[in-house]
Design a protein around this ligand. Sequence first.
Ligand code: SF4
Length: 245
Amino acid sequence: MSAIDLNARASATFAQKLAETEALLKQAAQDYTSRITLACSLGAEDMVLADLVNRLQLDIPIFVLETGQLHPETLALLERLKASSRAPVEVFTPVNESVVEFVSREGKDAMYQSIALRKACCNIRKMEPLGRALAGKDTWITGLRREQSGARAEVPLIDRSEPRVKLNPLANWTWGDVWHYIADNKVDYNPLHDQFYPSIGCAPCTRAISLGEDFRAGRWWWEDEAAKECGLHVKSSSLPEKVSS
Ligand code: SF4
C-alpha cells in the first residue's frame, strides 16, 4: 500500500488551510524578495512547499542540505527536483575536511555513541551548511507541522521569536492534508515514504516505523524523545554554543 493510499485524507478545513498557505507564501515572496529562502529536506511536507512555490511561480529560491549521508532514494529525488523546479535549487554540503577529521577521530558510527557526538555530527553536516544557506537571508520557510511531535506542538505560522523570521505555512496541516495535496497535485515524493518512513533524514539515523509508533519514532530512535532535534529547528537560546551557530 502506498503512502498516498494509506494517508491521503483531507481534513474538513483543508481548502481553507490551503488558501491560507498560498496567501502566506505569496505575501512572503512579495515582502521579502531576495531575502527569503525555502529549506527543503526533500520530505513530504517540503515537497509540497516546493510544489506550491513552483505552481504559484513565486520568486523564492530553494536550498537542500546534502549531508553526505542521505539515502540513494533521497539523492535521486534531489536530482529530479533540480531538473523539474522552476525555482533555483541550491545544494549545500559539509566542509569535507571537517567530515574527514571527525570520522577519522570518532569513527563513522559516532552518532550512536553519545548525544554529544551525534550533535557534533549534525553540527558539521547540517548546522554549518545551514549557516551558509541562510547567510544574507532574513526569512526562511520550513515544512514544520504542529502534529509532528510534542516539541513542535506550538509551532506558529509566522515565528518572529528569532532575529531571522521563520515561516511555517503548513503548521496546522495534518499528515492526511499533506498526502491529499500530494495525491491531488501529483507531487513527486521519496519512495521511502511508501516503506513506512514518515520522517526521512540521514540514512544512519532514520529507520522505518511500525503501526502505532509516533511520527518521528524512526529518527534517532536510540535517544530520548526530548533530544530528538538536529538543531535546525531548536531555539538558539536553548542550544549549546557549538550547535547554535
Ligand atoms: S542525522 Fe545522523 S548522520 Fe545526519 S548529520 Fe545528524 S548525526 Fe550525522
